[in-house]
Design a protein around this ligand. Structure first.
Ligand code: SF4
Length: 216
């Protein structure tokens, strides 16, 4: 069997858009970093979310933001205090990288995040995924970010084994404006609640009508 074309996958995705957004409205998760937390809050959250369940990161995020509510507070603090927060998550190396990134934004850009992919990638600690998150969530640019949830769902949905760049490209071609960010975040939550790594719960999935791999 030939694998479905990108045009076919995009067409199917567009057809399940409304169902997915309805599901997200009812079941989407409400994390503090999904509110108006600016570039600093988004960066702190993303550094904490690496290999950490969102529910665990949520508590750590709240505690961290209480102690370091602004980037200036972080950059003038003792690195040891920052390290203590990340040790609790088992991510000690992330503390130094977060400090390097945040302080570089203050020093090089006067505290304004640069809304340019190349500039973002030149910040220490900012890889492709975090650059895309910042472009989308902080800069309002047309950019998608594909974590392991999004890659897994879109691979199953499309019937092709995708990597992160391919999954992001499919989303960027299928959706525009605010829709893109809403769909992106909805897929992250769907991967956590419905289309998990081991046992997808297809009968309750809002994507089932278009999904190549649906079960039942
Ligand atoms: S229908 Fe099943 S395999 Fe397809 S996206 Fe939904 S849960 Fe995953």
């Amino acid at each position: 069997m030939t694998s479905p074309s990108s045009a076919d996958v995009i067409g199917r995705l567009v057809r399940v858009r409304d169902e997915l957004l309805r599901w997200f409205g009812r079941h989407g998760r409400r994390f503090p970093w999904r509110g108006e937390v600016g570039w600093y809050g988004v960066l702190v959250a993303e550094f904490m979310l690496v290999r950490t369940r969102s529910e665990v990161a949520e508590r750590a995020f709240r505690e961290f933001m209480l102690e370091f509510p602004e980037p200036e507070a972080l950059c003038s603090s003792s690195p040891q205090r920052v390290l203590d927060h990340f040790r609790k998550l088992g991510l000690p190396s992330r503390a130094e990288r977060l400090i390097g990134t945040v302080c570089a934004v203050l020093e090089r850009y006067g505290g304004e995040i640069p809304c340019d992919y190349g500039e973002l990638r030149r910040l220490p600690g900012v890889g492709d995924y975090i650059a895309r998150v910042l472009l989308s969530r902080v800069c309002g640019k047309h950019a998608a970010f594909a974590d392991s949830n999004v890659v897994r769902i879109l691979s199953r949905f499309s019937g092709r084994l995708l990597n992160g760049s391919e999954a992001a490209r499919i989303l960027e071609e299928a959706f525009t404006g605010r829709d893109l960010l809403s769909i992106n975040v909805a897929l992250i939550d769907l991967g956590s609640k419905v289309c998990g790594p081991r046992s997808p719960r297809c009968p309750g999935c809002p994507l089932r009508e278009g999904c190549f791999s649906r079960l039942g």
